[in-house]
Design a protein around this ligand. Structure first.
Ligand SMILES: [Zn+2]
Length: 308
């Protein structure tokens, strides 16, 4: 082979190794406000993304402990996914202001608001924030309905493709695989919960209405009188009355909610307190959305079966 040809081959190899190679090795920094959105971003972004959640899996998504490290994370983000509908109203805006990152500014391709496109439940007809209610725009805990998650996954794929067009095909392929799995698992989850249609439960916060609606059970009361407001003795007396009247036998409590209050109510109603979490990672072996839903559906089915 002529020397000139060898040079050409070598030069081509260097180009192949360096420029495009380096560019494709650079993953997108995707930041999600909560671990459930982060798990979704990981499923859609796959090998092209480095995903971080701001809130811990055991932290109340309404009241996240804002830290300086969150500002650094947001400053380096290529994409931000938030729940929206004021879920993060109490902590995200000041962090964003300090992070000064135009890539994730409102309206930028790098900013994803999950609530857009979701049919919100419990939109209040009138609202007074001064009373402390944190669900001013409807209920922001829509991730427990797998149908909603498909809408959000599509939104994530769309935005990732805008930010990183050369990987658009990968994001579409990941989205397709994700949706196929959701469709299959939804049938399985519905089958598992079908025997308990109409089952009555109580939750600490209004965090399970989407799950209840999708799978056909009923949240008859919440221990909080309004979302974000601590239970009062008068309200708990009302809850106990409702539980006795409706024979609600299960009280769902998340890691950051006051289990003692739930136990007090359970003692007076013969109900069972059920530890559950709506964020992946808070319960053992729940990394993906599917792990999480498997665990939630399984836990509920077991509890309903034990408390007829
Ligand atoms: Zn809430």
């Amino acid at each position: 082979m002529k020397l000139a040809s060898l040079f050409k081959i070598a030069a081509a190899a260097v180009v192949a190794l360096s420029a495009p190679g380096m560019a494709s090795a650079q993953k997108l920094n995707v930041v999600a406000t909560t671990p459930d959105l982060a798990a979704l971003a990981q499923s859609i972004g796959g090998t092209r993304v480095l995903v971080k959640a701001l809130a811990k899996s055991t932290e109340d998504p309404h009241f996240v402990d804002a830290k300086p490290s969150h500002i650094v994370t947001l400053n380096r983000a290529d994409v931000l996914i938030e729940g929206g509908a004021e879920l993060e109203l109490g902590w995200l805006p000041p962090l964003l202001e300090s992070a000064r990152n135009s890539k994730i500014a409102a309206g930028a391709p790098g900013r994803i608001v999950a609530s857009q496109g979701i049919k919100m439940l419990e939109i209040p007809t009138s609202f007074d924030r001064s009373k402390g209610d944190v669900h001013s725009m409807g209920n922001p805990h829509f991730m427990l309905d797998p149908v909603n998650v498909k809408i959000i996954a599509a939104q994530i794929a769309d935005h990732l493709a805008q930010v990183d067009p050369k990987s658009a095909g990968l994001y579409q392929a990941n989205l397709k695989a994700f949706n196929t799995k959701v469709d299959a698992k939804l049938i399985e989850w519905q089958r598992q919960l079908a025997p308990y249609k109409g089952a009555k439960i109580v939750t600490y916060h209004k965090d399970f209405p989407y799950l209840a609606e999708r799978f056909g059970f009923e949240v008859v009361e919440t221990l909080e009188p309004k979302p974000g407001i601590a239970p009062s003795p008068a309200h708990l007396a009302k809850v106990i009355g409702t539980m006795k009247a409706t024979r609600a036998r299960v009280i769902l409590v998340q890691p950051y909610q006051n289990r003692k209050t739930a136990e007090t109510v359970a003692r007076q109603t013969g109900a069972t307190v059920l530890d559950i979490a709506q964020q992946p990672g808070a319960m053992k072996n729940t990394t993906t959305y599917f792990d999480l839903m498997d665990r939630i559906v399984g836990t509920l089915a077991t509890a309903f079966q034990a408390t007829p």
